[in-house]
Ligand binder design. Sequence first.
Ligand SMILES: NC(=O)c1ccc[n+]([C@@H]2O[C@H](COP(=O)([O-])OP(=O)(O)OC[C@H]3O[C@@H](n4cnc5c(N)ncnc54)[C@H](OP(=O)(O)O)[C@@H]3O)[C@@H](O)[C@H]2O)c1
Length: 338
Amino acid sequence: MTTFPSFGAETSGSEVAAAFSEQVRGKHVLVVGVSPGSLGEHMAEAIASHKPELLLLASRSLEKINTVISQIRTKEASKNVEIRAINLDLSSLESVRTAAQEINSLTPKLDVVINNAAINVPDRQLTKDGLEMHFATNHIGLFLLTNLLLPKIEEAAKATEKKGATRIVNVTSAGHRLSPIRFSDYNFERTELPVDERPPPGLPLSIVHPDKPYSSFLGYAQSKTANILFSVSLTEKLKGKGIVSYSVHPGSIWTGLSRNLDEEGQSMIKQTSKVWKNGDQGAATALVAALDPSLDEPQGAYMSDCQLAQAAEFAIDGKVAERLWHLSEKLVGQDFIL
Ligand SMILES: NC(=O)c1ccc[n+]([C@@H]2O[C@H](COP(=O)([O-])OP(=O)(O)OC[C@H]3O[C@@H](n4cnc5c(N)ncnc54)[C@H](OP(=O)(O)O)[C@@H]3O)[C@@H](O)[C@H]2O)c1
């Protein structure tokens, strides 16, 4: 249950942060994926207005983060907040390790982590670590980063009496429904897949083509399914320590996310929703997931329009989540036994 059943698609992140101002005060918060015009910018702005003790902003362009910080500083309520920018390229395991070290050196605890960064690219690309670009950036990089920050997240949980107030939020998408995890082909090299790894039937040829293993929609969808399964695993492994993870669909917001898609891709995205939110509204669900003290789901959960919602079955199955955890450990070359 959330505190405000009246919050919904039109609720803004500023309203949510104001409603949970007490939950922001004195907290150490990390937002990952922050650029002008992005949802991360709106999340950072809303949080900064309510006296966090420390706001850490990590993204792949320090220049863009600094533009956001300058904007935050123009507001009376947030001009004195301590904000630090961290350079992080989630598509590189080396960069993730360096950034995690920096974040760990900047704070003794992390009360809230919002894993918001993602990309959506048209062509199949492999990272220098040999992973498909969506899977690497939108899931594997965040998996490694979060695990490397866990000691600081655990410190925050120890310091608070309210179990479940320490939160890890994974920003996913309703688009996850287009693909389960392709355990046998996470890099999109094959057209033949086991039944439980195939996209749901009935999708158009532009998304699922019998001769083409890759489409940007499937690449993005697999990574967004991974975000939800990651939350399932985190809650299962950490709830005993007072840490809970939620995955959230922010709604449809015209940000920079689709800027790399061609005209056809952009037009397909435009048809995915009848309701388009502004950036502040797009930040709202993640902030409910991060701050609402009434949220108390022992299984963790998926949220949309500021309320608990139902994700695809393949994205919430505990056994699949555990399988993804092991695959992710293998791909980052490190085990995390929580
Ligand atoms: N907008 C929507 O309609 C919508 C719908 C469903 C879900 N979402 C989810 O909402 C979240 C935020 O997306 P958005 O719409 O705000 O998109 P956005 O404007 O493109 O913002 C994404 C942020 O992630 C950063 N980022 C991208 N690649 C990175 C990397 N390799 N390392 C570190 N940071 C990286 C981007 O930096 P750069 O500016 O440098 O690229 C940017 O700051 C994503 O998880 C997305 O999947 C959005």
